[in-house]
Design a protein around this ligand. Structure first.
Ligand code: DX5
Ligand code: ZN
Length: 228
């Protein structure tokens, strides 16, 4: 029993760096993913936007499938779409390893999370900076990852919102009180100047777009986020 608890604790203390493809050069996506993996990326974060849930359109299942076919890297797919339930099967078939859906989207959240796990994939639940933690708490037993947005979703390159740190700390406290086991991921404006605070608040998965893909030395950027 003690050993299992130690293993779980260690798991969520381990930092995972997930560069966001949104900041890559879209004219050579395969090369960009390979560059991120060579630079030390643990996961690739793929931001799917439908122009409705957020005010931007990025890419869909075809790109997820292309990245999956070209690489063995773990695919962390973030669905910023209004009807994740409607498109879910396509993202499962495209090769997503983890799929995060938003609590603010229009769907039966418990049922969508159940379907993700039933397909043998990991289930993530995302919440916007303005959404209280109480909205996601009922699903803590059904998730492998809680995605705390640290910007208002829609665009890369925005500034980190430090007020979200409190919510991350509260999520980590509720996780240990309830013996739940899920990663806490931060997404938006993450770089070496704030990754340390996020980690100390309880987040272990760091999504970073601009600060990795647009850095002069991507390996050094990933290293500094990991050690911040
Ligand atoms: C925001 C996206 C983020 C974003 C991260 O809507 O969910 O994943 O691309 O990019 P940076 O690190 O540039 O804020
Ligand atoms: Zn994202």
């Amino acid at each position: 029993m003690v050993r299992i608890i130690l293993v779980i604790t260690k798991h969520f203390n381990e930092r995972v760096i997930a560069p966001s493809l949104l900041a890559a050069d879209f004219s050579k996506i395969g090369d960009e993913v390979a560059r991120a993996v060579r630079a030390g990326a643990d996961w690739m974060h793929l931001d799917v936007m439908d122009g409705h849930f957020v005010d931007n359109i990025s890419f869909g299942p075809a790109i997820v499938h292309a990245v999956d076919a070209a690489n063995d890297v773990f695919l962390d797919v973030h669905l910023m779409i209004s009807r994740p339930d409607h498109y879910l099967q396509r993202f499962i078939e495209a090769g997503s390893d983890l799929i995060s859906v938003h609590i603010e989207a229009e769907h039966d959240v418990a049922e969508t999370l159940r379907r993700i796990r039933a397909a043998g994939r990991q289930a993530g639940l995302a919440l916007n900076p303005a959404t209280p933690l109480s909205a996601v708490q009922p699903y803590f037993d059904q998730i492998d990852l809680l995605l705390c947005m640290t910007v208002v979703p829609g665009f890369g390159g925005q500034s980190f919102m430090p007020e979200v740190l409190e919510k991350i700390a509260a999520a980590a406290a509720l996780r240990s009180q309830g013996n739940h086991s899920f990663h806490i991921e931060v997404d938006g404006g993450i770089d070496a100047s704030n990754a340390g605070s996020c980690y100390h608040a309880g987040a272990n998965v760091m999504v970073a777009g601009s600060s990795t893909f647009r850095a002069p030395d991507m390996a050094a950027a990933i290293h500094s986020i990991r050690n911040a």
